[in-house]
Design a protein around this ligand. Sequence first.
Ligand code: PGA
Length: 251
Amino acid sequence: MRKPIIAGNWKMYNSLEEAKLLVAGILEKVKDVKDVQIILCPSFTALAVVSEIVKNTGIELGAQNCHYQEKGAFTGEVSPKFLLDFGCKYVIIGHSERRQYFGEDDALINRKLKAVMGFGLFPIFCIGETLDQRNQKQTFDVLKGQVLKGLEGISLSDPLKMVLAYEPVWAIGTGVTATKEQAQEVHKYLRDLLSETWGRETADRVRIQYGGSVKPENIAELMEQPDIDGALVGGASLDPESFSRIIKFKG
Ligand code: PGA
């Protein structure tokens, strides 16, 4: 049984004061939730404050990005090691916005994945096809390339230490969600792909999140799919009401 895992990706939203209010609002609404793993990924500037507030609540902390080196002359970058100072456990790696706007490619993402895992952080490794690629029936090929290049040389000896997030680029921030059938088809493909390299037992234990316009209205049907284990939520994670309703998808 894979434990459901719901993560909020705040992107470049929330000042410190807004972050405090948002976490307090979420905590209030999900304090009784036990059977879902909850992760908040604020911007770097809010990590310290959010970390204090979620201490001993069961809610876990993630960053949205990091560098692949431990230290060095890399102006403006953040070392994965520094994230440990804030009690971060997770890091989003390879988000489509990083790929699209910051030129991150599979080789760089591979270095980042190796680095964060080397520091004992758990990556939320994002992959996804564009609308063009989907229309040209390249979805599976694109995803296969992203997964195999991103994870090259990584043993996945503990499958719980990496979360895969399937985020079709055309569904991110657009209000258009993949249908449950489209999402399940891809998630099953990804699990089978993982099993080809890392074995069935490992593939069956890796959690695969869906991301892209997840809302309270569509989370339940997505979570009913056998290979969808959670969600990476952007816009709807910025509101305590909608994010808590997503976390309480079982009703
Ligand atoms: P969205 O973003 O929920 O706003 O579509 C998801 C993501 O980018 O992780």
